[in-house]
Design a protein around this ligand. Structure first.
Ligand SMILES: C[S@@+](CC[C@H](N)C(=O)[O-])C[C@H]1O[C@@H](n2cnc3c(N)ncnc32)[C@H](O)[C@@H]1O
Length: 243
């Protein structure tokens, strides 16, 4: 632990100008504008790596179609809209993201996926989805989002609230490695710095524990390894939980 703290300090020292901007409150303002461009650049290579897993994950979306005959799908932290290609035709989509600067990328993804019908796009954090009525959606999707939210517990509470009974929550998230591994050691060393460059993202979050604590009636969760070269974020969880 002492070695982790010492290395964290070294990284922080090397990034001193960034930390000054963070403390002056300037970093977030600028980075929120830049982050969507970074995501748009990185998303294609990441998504090539997880394409098969996503395809398999979303292949049973159809079984959650609600009484109206159309799938009402809410995506939290939609970002650039990398999951749109996996959603079924005529699905009624609501997108939410607290960062309004993703707009142009979202519109581009929508134009590339004309099979989708965007019903609403909200600028809102997953912790507070009050614009969405209780029990009004069939499926909620979150990919690479729970690592960045300020409270996983509050987001999952909102997910349970907006889902109809029998609806499902789909997730793909990078998580903490095994605590005895070198990957976990590097996750802890990089965490403070990565928070700045990953828009609040934590590398060592044990998100599966929050999912297990949430009162879903069924949890289908698998650990998978996504090969990532420069970031210690290869351990992922993937699956869906039913309300
Ligand atoms: C790494 S990106 C992933 C984007 C997209 N879900 C994907 O898989 O490509 C993280 C996303 O989470 C969003 N985000 C950050 N904090 C959030 C919060 N509290 N609630 C909802 N989304 C959040 C960010 O704005 C960003 O769009």
């Amino acid at each position: 632990m002492a070695l982790v703290s010492c290395l964290q300090r070294c990284v922080q020292l090397a990034l001193l100008p960034v930390y000054v901007l963070v403390h002056l409150g300037l970093w977030d303002t600028v980075y929120k504008k830049v982050f969507p461009y970074i995501m748009a650049r990185l998303a294609s290579s990441y998504n090539r790596k997880v394409h098969r897993q996503k395809q398999e994950l979303f292949s049973n979306l159809g079984q959650f179609v609600g009484p109206g005959g159309q799938l009402r799908l809410l995506e939290i932290g939609t970002g650039t809209g990398t999951n749109f290609q996996f959603y079924p035709a005529a699905c009624r989509l609501t997108c939410t993201d607290p960062n309004p600067n993703f707009g142009q990328f979202l519109r581009k993804s929508l134009s590339e996926n004309p099979h989708l019908c965007l019903e609403r796009s909200l600028v809102a954090p997953g912790e507070n989805l009050h614009q969405i009525a209780e029990g009004s959606v069939d499926v909620v999707v979150c990919t690479l989002v729970l690592c960045s939210v300020s409270s996983v517990e509050s987001v999952l509470r909102e997910v349970l609230r907006v889902l109809r009974r029998g609806g499902a929550f789909y997730f793909l998230e990078h998580v903490a490695a095994d605590r005895s591994s070198w990957t976990y050691f590097w996750q802890k060393v990089c965490d403070p710095a990565w928070k700045c460059f990953g828009d609040g993202c934590s590398l060592s979050r044990e998100t599966q524990k929050d999912l297990e604590k949430t009162k879903f009636s069924e949890l289908n969760l698998r650990r998978v390894h996504v090969p990532l070269r420069w970031i210690p974020a290869s351990p992922h969880i993937i699956g869906y939980a039913v309300k």
